[in-house]
Design a protein around this ligand. Structure first.
Ligand code: GAL
Length: 376
């Protein structure tokens, strides 16, 4: 009897042990770092982060960007749902913003000019009469240092950058740190922190494009969107804020309840005409945990966006035209991706009524944005 009991216990223990090993082997969180080229005299790496759920994102220190997000659909079929390129060469020469960190000032500064303490600063004009996304040599184009890689708990990668005084016209030597964590719950957590040695302005974001059908698989017009914002920032024909905040109620800008992206994009409403679609900052209510959700009913994929920032730029890929060939040789055509760029409002340095984007020496700017993926 005792022998039988002992045998049974040993068998049970063995089964537990084997299952345990299997579990760990199958669901081990890892970060793999691969050298893919050199640019501006610096090594460029591709970092592959696998979480315990077995899902993969890929990052690169070129522009501190996200270049791949592979998440399952309702049936468990995985696909990459963000824009990016397969080769180092196409990444360097391709669209500058896919998945990149954008700074010092994400979005536009009117006529590339702003004044701080009576000193006028002039920036490069790279978007009609305005300066866009930190100028042509902004942070998206830098090769960042690849710092700590934590392989143990949730895969984490740290990128850092030093931006010298008057780089692209902005005052102050800045130290920037971006930490990406790929959680076991399929969340990309982005933590930003920045310091300066001189008074300056700052608006940092990530410029990932999403298509929950899979990147390159049609347009995003059927994606159902909620943005928890009772007002938005109207713009002029050069996409510079007019200065007021306008209620979304009764307009195609109202995403406080779910609407597909395409439902009202073609309406005869001044703002969607000026934006050539949606290309607007929404003023977040910041009352609930989740600030925006995107649901794609065919795959069942759901993306939730959570941020501590005051705004979110909703852009429907109105300038995409199919000339960029991305992952798997797929062209990124008109409105085939959408962006939800968290941050401050455009042109804030010229709008004293907007939340301040000034950063002083001795202060540390910190913020967090989460993109969470699931299915329903
Ligand atoms: C977005 C912006 C668009 C366009 C795009 C880059 O952030 O809102 O107008 O400039 O970046 O192509």
């Amino acid at each position: 009897m005792r022998r039988i009991l002992l045998f049974s216990l040993t068998m049970v223990a063995a089964v537990f042990f084997l299952c345990g090993c299997n579990q760990t082997a199958k669901n081990k969180a890892t970060v793999n770092k691969e050298l893919i080229g050199t640019h501006k005299g610096k090594d460029v790496f591709l970092l592959t982060l696998t979480n315990k759920a077995g899902n993969v994102i890929k990052l690169t220190n070129f522009g501190a960007r996200i270049t791949w997000i592979e998440v399952p659909d309702r049936e468990g079929k995985k696909d990459n749902i963000t824009f990016g390129f397969d080769t180092f060469e196409s990444m360097i020469s391709g669209d500058p913003y896919y998945g990149s960190v954008v700074g010092r000032y994400a979005n536009r500064i009117a006529k590339g000019k702003f004044t701080l303490d009576g000193i006028e600063y002039s920036l490069a004009l790279n978007n009609g009469p305005n300066s866009l996304h930190g100028g042509p040599g902004g942070w998206h184009s830098a090769v960042w240092e690849t710092g700590d890689i934590k392989k143990t708990k949730e895969p984490t990668v740290v990128f850092t950058l030093k931006s010298p005084d008057l780089e692209e016209g902005y005052p102050g030597n800045m130290d920037i740190k971006v930490i990406y964590t790929w959680t076991d719950n399929n969340e990309i957590k982005i933590n930003y922190s920045c310091t300066t040695d001189k008074k300056t302005v700052l608006n940092i974001t990530n410029h990932a494009y999403f298509n929950l059908h899979g990147a390159g698989n049609g347009d995003i017009l059927d994606h159902q969107l909620v943005i928890k914002a009772a007002s938005f920032i109207p713009v002029d024909s050069t996409l510079i804020p007019t200065g007021d905040l306008r209620p979304v109620a009764g307009t195609p800008m109202d995403f406080t309840t779910p609407h597909t992206v395409g439902e009202r994009i073609g309406e005869n409403y001044e703002q969607v005409i000026l934006g050539k679609g949606y290309d607007h900052t929404f003023v977040l209510d910041n009352k609930e945990e989740v600030d925006a959700t995107v649901y794609e009913p065919v795959s069942g994929r759901l993306m939730e966006v959570i941020t501590d920032q005051p705004g979110i730029q909703f852009y429907t890929g109105n300038f995409l035209n199919g000339t960029m060939i991305g992952h798997g040789g797929k062209p990124y055509s008109y409105r085939s991706g959408l962006c939800l760029e968290t941050g401050h409002f455009p042109d804030s340095p010229n709008h004293p009524d907007f939340p301040t984007t000034v950063l002083n020496p001795g202060e540390t700017f910190t913020s967090q944005t989460i993109y969470r993926f699931s299915v329903k």
